[in-house]
Design a protein around this ligand. Sequence first.
Ligand SMILES: Cc1cc2nc3c(=O)[nH]c(=O)nc-3n(C[C@H](O)[C@H](O)[C@H](O)COP(=O)(O)O)c2cc1C
Length: 367
Amino acid sequence: MFTPPLESIPADLVSLSDYARYAKQHLPTPIYEYIAGGGADEISLKRNRDAFDRLLLQPKVLRNMSQGQTQSTLLGSPLRYPALLAPVAFQQLAHPEGELATARAANALDTGMVVSTLSSTSMEQLAETLEGPKWFQLYFQQDRDFTLNLVRRAEQAGYSHLMVTVDAPLHGIRNRAQRAGFQLPEHVRAVNLDDRPPLPRKVLEPDQSIVFQGMMSEAPSWSDINWLQQETRLPIILKGIMHPDDALQAKQMGIAGVVVSNHGGRTLDCVPAAFEVLPEIRQAVGTDYPLLLDGGIERGTDIFKSLALGANAVMIGRPQIYALAVAGALGVAHMLRVLREEFEVTMALAGTPTLADISAQCLWQPK
Ligand SMILES: Cc1cc2nc3c(=O)[nH]c(=O)nc-3n(C[C@H](O)[C@H](O)[C@H](O)COP(=O)(O)O)c2cc1C
């Protein structure tokens, strides 16, 4: 059995990892395992977190902080502080109000939300609800006309950016979710895909691979990204970049920015933490190219470290779902406030009044 969502925040719930702990009591085990889990042996999932913990700060004191502030603009979207809610599918798994509750919390805390293709609430309803930055995350569909249909709907609904996820043309090896017997319950579905035309049944020859000739045969490639650029005027951001060559290619093609991400350790296992590859990607694309980072962000110090190594902003994945499960919109709003305050406290104690003051010099380099 599991506990229904709380209506107030308990006194001992003070950090994002507390939400992860509480969420276990508020979710059926298979759903918790699906959300919390990563790919295969979860080496990358664990590494996402460990990479942050390994790096330490070296503060400077007695700075004048009276003009301190955390605002910035990312690709034309104003950010109250440099964090967005990452696209997370099927949020009605965690709470009956699902993405609507998350969107209300995003409004209350002035935080941008990236709406998933696989949201369990329609992208139109979410666009109406969201008051701040509205970004839509696109998964290419096998049927290119239907992909374009999603893009047109996003444009019409008023989304300002398309974040195209490129690291998950198929699911990773999700052993933890498999062991827990996770299945999508009947009442939760990807409503944006309701009108998707039925896929033609593909019959494979015995010597053909279900991965290469089956699932991957329709997977998008760089030429599809180029096609999308011709079809829409919305800025495109590629999510799931881990190699400097890919980041550079995106930049050279006129892609607006990239998200350095290993999908929260949920797709290919045995890759480094996104945070570990951030410096080489920043170096490849130069100082001015917009870079986001996600994977393992749980503390204000994690946001600070990400900015110090070259990210312009970060995205928060699992903690939003844990907070949603624990206390609905109230939980997500509280979680975001905790994170924002932690980030401000970090800036203040590290001696960096503005985002521009945060650099690699704020990190401790063992001599
Ligand atoms: C339950 C769950 C569902 C997700 N759904 C999507 C999705 O629909 N689209 C997408 O691009 N990424 C999706 N992601 C990945 C997140 O956007 C993000 O990259 C990742 O969660 C960041 O790591 P973190 O959870 O450690 O913060 C999902 C992640 C989780 C945990």
